[in-house]
Design a protein around this ligand. Sequence first.
Ligand SMILES: Cc1cc2nc3c(=O)[nH]c(=O)nc-3n(C[C@H](O)[C@H](O)[C@H](O)COP(=O)(O)O)c2cc1C
Length: 321
Amino acid sequence: MFDVSRGTKSVDPSIELVLAPMEGLTDFFMRDILTSLSPYDWCVSEFLRVTDHLYPASVFHKHCPEINTQGKTSAGTPVHLQLLGSDPSAMADNAAKAVELGAPAIDINFGCPARTVNKSGGGAALLNNAELIHQIVASVRRSVPKHIAVSAKIRLGLESSEELLVNAEAIHEASASWLTIHARTKSQGYRPPVDWRSIGQVVQRFPDWKIIANGDISSAASLRQCQLESGCSSFMIGRAAVSQPDLVASLKSAIDTRMSWPEVGLAQLQLIQSMGDKERGIVGRYKQWLSMTTSVYPEAHERFQRLKRANHIAEILADPI
Ligand SMILES: Cc1cc2nc3c(=O)[nH]c(=O)nc-3n(C[C@H](O)[C@H](O)[C@H](O)COP(=O)(O)O)c2cc1C
């Protein structure tokens, strides 16, 4: 796929690259900026937590404002709406409402390891309950029209990849359009190593089903390695897409490119501009993104050292990029 040794890449155009959902990070504003800097095939909203009731339209509009614009970011990238919950009928009702309001596809989160979410039985806590996973996916699938994709996102398992095939089978039997697998267990959190080979077992078991590989893809070399080990041709990228906002543009381009630091710095200021007037939250979000770019851009590291104690937008704007 890639010939990185010569600095050029022959990219297989059938490869799909998806921007991962990241709660507290890839909100509406970040999705808008990131999808304008890289041509993702689609992106996924942060999770909307479903308990036992149907949300009013206002909740969906706030959670995923793109439903007002044909389910797309301003760059035209589709935004799939992600739901998290353990009540099959409430999940189905909310999925149907999201689609009625304009969501182009529904993704179901079975991967979130957060304690607050897991203690109410949602996210990765369900990975030892394939029967309930099946019921949730089947119920959501039945509640939305056939042309609307319903997908699921899982981890390898709770403590090991022992449950992986049984969970994948439950989701496949529920007629999910595809499955995204984050190649870590719940107990691993976000720590290395990722295990792309285990994803390959699912690919072999269901050769005609789309499996999206996720976890620690941050370069052409890691993408190539993930493809070799998993056998996938669709990939989801999370943190590296924030650290290097044009990573996917570069992966999809025939030649190696990288945005300059001033370009990235200005994109980060655009986040401040677009977010409106809640100063405290905006400053926090700005510093979060700035700190994530320090691993790629030395200039971001220097700027972060200067601004890490900033409390006001004016301090950020006064510091030259
Ligand atoms: C801050 C943060 C928030 C996340 N929120 C979600 C979420 O809302 N839904 C979800 O399915 N996964 C979520 N994830 C997991 C990512 O989608 C992805 O699976 C994980 O980061 C591994 O991919 P990466 O190594 O490319 O970052 C989150 C990850 C992070 C770091």
